[in-house]
Design a protein around this ligand. Sequence first.
Ligand SMILES: [Zn+2]
Ligand SMILES: [Zn+2]
Length: 705
Amino acid sequence: MNMLIFIIAGLLVHCVFLASIFDIYFTSPLVHGMTPQRTPLPPPAKRLVLFVADGLRADTLYELDDNGTPQAPYLRNIIEYKGSWGVSHTHVPTESRPGHVALIAGFYEDVSAVAKGWKENPVEFDSVFNESKYTWSWGSPDILPMFAKGASGDHVYTYCYTAEKEDFGAQDATKLDTWVFDHVKNFFQAARSNQTLFSKVNEEKVVLFLHLLGIDTNGHAHRPNSREYKDNIRKVDEGINDIVSMLEDFYGNDGKTAFILTSDHGMTDWGSHGAGHPSETLTPLIAWGAGVNYPQKVTFQFFEDEFLKEWKLEKWKRLDVNQADIAPLMASLIGVPFPLNSVGILPLDYLNNSAHFKAESMFTNAVQILEQFKIKMTQKKETTLSFLFTPFQTVAGLVILLISSFFLACLCKSKNKYVPKKDLTILLFQMLSIALSTYVVNSTHSSLHHKQGLPVINQIISWTTLASSLFVPLLSPTFFFQRLLSILLSLMSPYLLLSTGYEALFPLVLSGLMFSWIYMEKEALQHYDDSLKPKLAVLNFSYTTDITQFRQLHLDDIRRSFFFVFFIVTAFFGTGNIASVNSFDPASIYCFLTVFNPFIMGSLLVWKIVIPFVLVSCAFEAVQVTTQLSSKSLFLIVLVISDLMALHFFFLVKDYGSWLDIGTSISHYVLVMVFTIFIMLLSGLAQLLTTKRIELWGRTKRHSM
Ligand SMILES: [Zn+2]
Ligand SMILES: [Zn+2]
């Protein structure tokens, strides 16, 4: 009967977990209800022409052919004399729909589209087209309707060939592109004689979108290295040239038109796209016309890839963007609000405008992204249980207090005779210090938030806690539990002080995990030999002195050492610690000092990083005592394991490839070697922390190793 309940409960839990990924990962991340944000200054352009050459690779467009002539002479000329250029980095999936959404709406495809095959709009979203006064678009029926459908009101017009008619491109896909160019020309021809249309196209905030599917179709059919693909690029180049002169003629060279050419994704050498290979994710971006910067000549520019040399474009400043950044770029050129769901960051280098305009635009961009965050936060607040949603607070203080008081209660109840009063006092003192640390962290951050500076009393408490944290554990008895708990408690207070948020939970969770490790090792040992039945509670660290209790090594000890290495590595990567030294968030040391002092700041951060390691080493020490092994022998196995790792990395050291590859491989090796030396030091510290004991009144009892 009991079994049945268990099975049913197990089934239920797993079903919930199964369904949960769809709820957690595949629901729309888009939020609604933001206020539109627009740069308050007059925009440089009245209209924007967006050419998207579907499936055009950056390298195929930019590179020169064998004779040194460019694939697209007109666009090359623009790069050299008229506009700005760069590589636009797209995201996976490199498909047409997500690519266009990133370009025009400024966010990376809504993952809930997975269920709908990227065909239909799963949710309504805002786009540059929607924000424009009028948008006219020409191209494929797969792409255009999705921006017309979401648009509010009747101001986004689409002209597509029908899906069946797409067949006319079957023999020669360039016809898909000439269809677009011809229709644009006819449209403007008609506008000359149609008064309503004429006044419409002469409005401000107008977008013309030319979607050119030929290159993609040719790439799928003949691969990007084919004659057909490259010929199609040349056709598109000529077509763009025609359209630009036609438009300049139509608008009487008013200098109020901005042009952007890009593509939605690239294509692999074998003619596919969708994944994350550079040939798929690197797309060209060329912008020119009203409001766009002229070519910037440079003598030196550095990019990891070797493309600049290959393309012979070293002298013209390459300005890379993320695909979603193109949406705010377009919006700022014609002065429409940034699309509401956009996460793009305005690429300032592309703008040819006053510093004032750039500053205002950046500010608007920031406010627009912040709007989304605010709405998201409110939503989260509404749907999360209120006590679980605590922004920026050290919850990993209250939890510790709860746990330690639980232990305290246990100690008091069960082993009253073992626990002398003074030990209790020490424990209470440590709990008090944790409570104090929690308070100090919160009060410091709130006082800094209110610009009142760091209270002196908080600073004093912080430094005292830090200083006391290392010797206070030495005062507690060397009994197993009490010493470990005491070490954890006293190391936690400085860690709390050095934390900014939930990372303070990390050592606690790590300790929980290691405790079960110690317990497991004890059980495993009993399985081996009944005579070795240590009782965790009465185990004493000072027993390590008794040589006669040591036993021989057996196979299990390799596992123990392995787990030690595992936990050390966990501690290493646990909170992204090493990165936090590099990226250095000064917020984490505000409790100690607020003036800039690299040496003290650095040492504090290093200490914060070392704390989890010390905890792991102490736990390892505990395992050694539990399993009644000489600490040296188990430690030797650890060294063997880490040296094996070092040997592995030694063979992976590279002396070829890019500087990055070589550098990375060397640093792996050096890290492992340093790691070996580091754990030797740690083990010393751990032994000191666990075995030494200072009696408060005079008599100092020392246990040598
Ligand atoms: Zn495409
Ligand atoms: Zn395609």
